[in-house]
Design a protein around this ligand. Structure first.
Ligand SMILES: *Cc1c(COP(=O)(O)O)cnc(C)c1O
Length: 360
């Protein structure tokens, strides 16, 4: 007799595991990683920090990651202290903890779509209702319409991604203020791509003092070039962080992770020096796409949404056939490409030119 299949929760039965294809191809431009690996100096600093942590691996880590949170607060500036900062295994875990503490059954979270598809998924697994509000046709937000949607739904949380994934759109502070004024609960601004924003794009961090229910999440996965280390964090009022202590698992952030993150922060200038090059490469890519008669959304991130294609899957496949992996995501007809090294982008441009010629 075979055992009956495991009976997963009814509300999860029709879901598929999240994830971009992890294919072994020469040019991987599908998960918005920083293409520049850590320098030899930074690698050595990380290795030394891990060796030190290894001497104490018989002990549990600092449950509250006090030193790391101080370092992250120093990095963020804006007068923040370790008490305003919380860290976890990637900003996805930070967002999950926010939904565990402030969402849950009988509560709702609202997002402006198209946006990051993990947000509704995390809402789902935490049994939080999801309200999808719409972005404008140019993927931006109108302050009055956005505030109206928030007022109407009165959600426990608003999740606002800025710069937005997959469109690259940054949200002006005036819009965030309008949303904060309308929201009865938390306003979470997911700033995973903040470091890539164009000059003069302010961060929601500057609003924290005025809005005690505002939360800004960040990650070391993108500009910091540490996606493999799994470190995300947030800044908020200290009372908010005390609520997160109720839901986090004890010792959730390993001593190895904490040591790696602190070493990377000590050398932050190195990975962040790649940001200027990536921004320039991004702006050149947008111009190149438009010069070819394609649409490209304005981007404040390290990726560009481009289109529109009658058969976007065909274009995606023809790029892959030429060794270039992009992401099939976003509104119908669009594709998203991560900004890589100059060599990556030359390969992308050449593959796309061929893919489009092949489709005529
Ligand atoms: C990549 C990304 C994250 C980062 O996730 P980590 O768990 O920190 O790697 C968060 N939010 C958005 C919108 C992203 O695109």
């Amino acid at each position: 007799m075979t055992a009956p299949p495991p009976s997963v929760r009814d509300d999860l039965k029709n879901l598929h595991p999240y994830g971009a294809p992890q294919l072994d191809v020469p040019v991987r431009l599908n998960t918005n990683e920083n293409p520049y690996p850590p320098s030899p100096r930074l690698r050595r600093a990380v290795a030394d920090a891990v060796a030190q942590a290894a001497a104490n691996l018989n002990r549990y880590p600092d449950r509250d990651a006090v030193e790391l949170r101080k370092d992250l607060a120093d990095y963020l500036g804006h007068g923040l202290t370790g008490g305003h900062v919380w860290a976890a295994n990637g900003s996805n875990e930070v967002i999950q903890q926010l939904l565990q503490a402030f969402g849950g059954p009988c509560r709702q979270a609202l997002g402006f779509e198209p946006s990051y598809s993990m947000h509704p998924l995390i809402a789902r697994v935490t049994c939080t209702g999801w309200v999808a509000a719409a972005r404008e046709p140019d993927f931006g937000l109108d302050p009055e319409r956005a505030a109206g949607a928030v007022r109407q739904a009165a959600p426990a949380l608003v999740l606002l991604t800025s710069p937005n994934n997959p469109t690259g759109t940054a949200t002006p502070l005036a819009v965030i203020e309008a949303i904060c004024d309308a929201a009865p609960g938390l306003v979470v601004v997911d700033e995973a791509y903040a470091e890539f924003a164009r000059e003069g794009t302010p961060s929601a961090l500057s609003l924290l003092r005025r809005y005690p229910r505002l939360v800004v999440t960040r990650t070391m996965s993108k500009a910091f070039a540490m996606a493999g280390a799994r470190v995300g964090y947030l800044a908020a009022a200290p009372e908010m962080i005390e609520a997160l202590l109720l839901v986090r698992l004890p010792y959730h952030l390993s001593s190895v992770t904490q040591a790696v993150a602190r070493a990377a922060l000590a050398w932050a200038a190195e990975p962040l020096a790649t940001v200027a090059a990536l921004r320039a490469e991004r702006d050149a890519l947008v111009s190149w796409l438009r010069a070819r008669g394609l649409a490209a959304a304005d981007s404040d991130a390290n990726f560009v949404l481009f289109g529109k294609f009658g058969d976007r899957h065909g274009v995606w496949q023809r790029l892959l056939d030429r060794g270039v992996l992009v992401r099939e995501v976003g509104p119908p007809g669009w594709l998203r490409v991560t900004v890589g090294t100059p060599e990556d982008m030359a390969a992308f441009r050449s593959a796309l030119a061929q893919a489009l010629a092949a489709s005529i």
